[in-house]
Design a protein around this ligand. Structure first.
Ligand code: ASP
Length: 313
């Protein structure tokens, strides 16, 4: 059987051993393990990388620990406005949504945009109307109310900060959750990537981050790589991070590792962009680089190799 591989992230930020209880560390690891296994199961059965990406991300969206779907952070107005995108490396087809509310699994909506609409990127009410026609699952506001996220908003408002998933404002921000993403290679040699997020706590004015923007937070191309990013979206948009890595491979002949290093540890650092990403090339090589203190991450390959990480080891 041809080889396959999958990698996921659950957000980047100020994640240190000192700020983590043993119990919390276990819950995050379990959340990552469940999600990587959900995707791996599909790949092992000969499913597509696109379906594996959707399955792994749905699992993370359903877990209130992560800043996507159920655990999405609150906007300045106390709402949960979510963004998601997905892309297929074989066809360069992509689907994305921004500013959607009450959607249980925004990644599934992004996939529906890709597969069943004539568009690539839908926003707000229009995206939600499309979701209704596609019979995508909606949930009431209460489903998305996680007290801890609301406390994060109160804190962020008090300090007038817009915060990344795991960035500490002052005290209890250790509990911050993470944007989620997945990249996968299936037995047919096809890559796919997806990202889903609630964005940044206390975001205002319909702010859109990098996560739903193809080329910034998400990108997949069988000729180069599949990428899903997490970090302060404003910088990732300006650095066109996901596509830049692909370009460095395509036009400059860099390896996945070299391209990731240039973008994450040099270009992003130069402009002050904190965060990281997961990356996979068409041979199933995986890179999980980040320039923040930590990033929730995991990978699994068809030969059984598996890794789950949180901190900068
Ligand atoms: N990149 C996401 C955004 O800017 C946030 C994150 O990854 O923490 O919306």
């Amino acid at each position: 059987m041809n080889k396959y591989a999958i990698a996921i992230h659950g957000g980047a930020g100020t994640i240190t051993r000192a700020s983590m209880s043993a119990e919390k560390e276990l819950s995050y690891k379990k959340g990552l393990e469940d999600a990587i296994n959900a995707g791996d199961k599909i790949l092992a059965k000969g499913g597509t990388s696109l379906d594996a990406v959707e399955a792994a991300i749905r699992c993370l969206e359903d877990n209130a620990l992560f800043n996507a779907g159920r655990g999405a952070v609150f906007t300045n107005e106390g709402k949960n406005e979510m963004d998601a995108s997905i892309m297929e490396g074989l066809t360069l087809k992509a689907g994305a949504v921004t500013g959607v509310m009450n959607i249980k699994n925004p990644i599934t909506l992004a996939k529906a945009v890709m597969e069943k609409s004539e568009h690539v990127f839908l926003s707000g009410l229009g995206a939600m109307q499309f979701a209704e026609t596609m019979k995508i699952e909606f949930m009431p506001d209460e489903y998305f109310f996680v007290q801890q996220r609301y406390d994060q908003l109160t804190q962020a408002k008090e300090t007038d900060t817009i915060t990344m998933d795991h960035t500490e404002i002052k005290t209890s921000a250790k509990d911050k959750t993470g944007t989620v993403g997945c990249v996968a290679l299936d037995i047919f040699g096809n890559l796919a990537a997806g990202t889903s997020t609630g964005g940044m706590t206390n975001k205002k004015y319909g702010r859109v981050g990098d996560s739903p923007i193809i080329g910034a937070g998400t990108y997949a191309n069988n000729n180069t790589c599949a990428i899903s990013c997490t970090g302060v979206g404003e910088y990732f948009i300006r650095a066109v991070v996901a596509y830049d890595i692909s370009c460095l491979m395509e036009y400059k002949g860099l390896s996945l590792k070299q391209a990731c290093d240039v973008v994450v540890n040099k270009k992003l650092v130069t402009i002050g962009g904190e965060g990281g990403l997961i990356a996979m090339d068409a041979k199933g090589n995986i890179e999980l680089p980040f320039n923040s203190e930590g990033m929730y991450r995991a990978m699994k390959k068809s030969d059984g190799e598996m890794y789950i990480g949180i901190y900068r080891d």
